[in-house]
Design a protein around this ligand. Structure first.
Ligand code: B16
Ligand code: MG
Length: 216
């Protein structure tokens, strides 16, 4: 059975995508072009650097290295102003139920996120104590669908990859979990996440029996 669980952050634990969107949109507007919610879909699970490259492509902008780095900082400062106002009311429904059930069973838990702000966000929503290991944008060199982020998580928890299950909302994340030979659990649109071993719209659909079957 499954001996450890790894959680993605944005789209699984909290909906920070809406704040990423506002910050990218602010930057786009400042540069004189529009950035839509639909375009923001392409940014989910994608690193900050890669997002800026895509954004500049959308606006037909080229930037010097220095300018690129300045925009990265600007976007993040803007994003962090939104994060600053977050509290536990922004945790997605029934996430604490699943975290505390797994904790009560003595199952080790890790975070596996592309975000460099992951720790600050978990602190803001008071979920940091649940996690035995945080693997985030500061600890990985290869982006999802590369399995690196989840493999480091398994190794930090002392569990072999085949004994881990991953909760993910992005296709690249499901692919990363599959590439790591972990059990993949898609949270969100089943049509998009059809490569997952299991699919749920959100954590309210995950019952204790499902978790018990996985861990037994
Ligand atoms: P940061 P996840 C990802 O989080 C977001 O989905 C993605 O939109 C964002 O660009 C990325 O984190 C990097 O975030 O700018 O905070 O380092 O889904 O991997 O938890
Ligand atoms: Mg995500």
């Amino acid at each position: 059975g499954v001996k450890a669980f790894i959680f993605d952050l944005d789209g699984v634990i909290v909906d920070t995508a809406k704040y990423h969107y506002l910050a990218w949109k602010n930057l786009a507007n400042q540069l004189g072009f529009e950035f839509t919610l639909e375009q923001n879909e392409l940014f989910k699970g994608v690193s900050r650097r890669r997002c800026l490259e895509i954004l500049l492509d959308i606006g037909n902008f080229t930037a010097s290295t220095e300018q690129f780095e300045r925009w990265l900082i600007e976007k993040n400062e803007d994003y962090l102003a939104y994060i600053e106002k977050m509290d536990s009311s922004e945790i997605l429904p029934d996430v604490p139920k699943v975290l505390s059930y797994l904790k009560s069973k003595g199952i080790p838990l890790a975070l596996g996120s592309a975000s460099k702000n992951a720790k600050a966000i978990l602190e803001k929503v008071s979920l940091l104590p649940y996690f035995d290991s945080l693997v985030d944008g500061n600890s990985v060199t290869k982006a999802k669908p590369n399995p690196e982020v989840f493999l480091i998580g398994a190794s930090n928890l002392g569990v072999s990859p085949e004994d881990c299950a991953v909760f993910e909302d992005a296709l690249a994340g499901i692919e990363a979990a599959n590439n790591a030979e972990m059990v993949s659990i898609g949270i969100g649109d089943k049509k998009i996440l059809s490569e997952a071993d299991y699919n749920f719209n959100d954590f309210t659909e995950i019952d204790i029996n499902f978790l018990d079957r996985l861990i037994s």
